[in-house]
Write a new protein. Sequence first.
Length: 459
Amino acid sequence: MLMRRTIFRICILGIAAAAGCLAGGAPSLKAQTAAPPVTQTISKNASLGVQPGQDATQGTGSSTQQGAASSTQQTSPRRQITLQDAFMIAERQNLDLAASRLERAVAQAGIRIAGERPNPTVSFSATRDTPHESAFFDQPLEIWGQRGRRIDEAKQELSLTEIEIGTTQREVRKNIREAYYSAALARAFTLQQTKATDLAHRLRDIAKARFDAGDIPQLEVMQADVGVAKADADLEVTRQEERVAFSKLSALLNEPSSTLWEIGSPLETAPATVAINDVVQRAIGANYDILHLQQEANVERSKAALLRAERLPEISIEAGADFNSPPDFQVGARGQLTVGVPIFNRNQGELAQSAANLAALEGQLLAKKRSVTGDVDAAFYDLASKQTQVSLYHDKVLPAAQQVEALAEESYRAGRANILEVLNAQKDIQQTEHEYLQALFDLQQAFAELEELVGENLD
């Protein structure tokens, strides 16, 4: 069979050469049906500047773009960034956090407003009756501590604003952690797909070598070519997804989207070890939902204290002088004390409403503490399950899949397996590596969820 195939190829090449000579031209390369040797293909790709995972026919068309890209990378070096670096940059530059901090000045201005004293009233009158002119001023007095109660309420509002700023900080920290490891995951996917593309190219080279030796039909070479084309396409997609992930990270850090980042904290970095009893106790004292409800209750108590102080009589004093009252006097002093009598309006409705609001807040606080305890328990056990999953993939699943792929490739090289078995083994190893990387990201995401629920930094 091999002898007949070789004789057939020689006849075809001889006919094509004879036809070319009769036509006065060179032999046509299109008449050559046999694939070039593997070494010739590699050297041709190298001369065209084609990268691994790129079709040789695209080398000349994209060489200029590759040169421009390489020069851009040389002029714009990557900035290495660790997760802690990202946290510090976000603390300084994140726009959501900056906008939230501006609310602090609003609350501080509220304290100044609460401390303002009432202005006096100056009056002057002129009449035909005696005394013909009068001048006096009226000054309201706050002698029951109303001003101090207003200041206390404003300070409680400021504390509430600080808690809301802290809530924004926790949200930004969680978003930064997720965006950072999303970028790390995207880069890991790119590296994984690059490796898969190299495997596809190596398999195609093996298939071509075996086809040239007459061991396999051309169909297997075509199947290997399809695998290479798909791997190249998947590699380009993962590169685009990597750019998107790093662009989102740059947006959160308020850095230019074109910034080239170098991940300093790899995806495999294990989160800090935590104990369930510790995180539950810390969450009761630091969870921002709980703190917010507690502070809302403090604000309501301050409002009630102010309402009770305003129930006391309002007092104002008036002092002045009367002028031009002949024949009795030309200038005469006058004074007046005004006391409001709180008979009908004693803030009864406002105090009842404040008491109802306080009771509702206390009920919500009790429910929130129970809810946070359950959520922290669930988040902790979810984190533990993700850690177990990562360990199983790292210690057992991934090494087994790698061994199967290596054995399948070696068997195909030796002629003991067909190409479909190798393609299935490569697909399995790619899927396993993809699941392992996703498990690593899920672990980081679970840690971020737990940290946000607790309300304190856990690493």
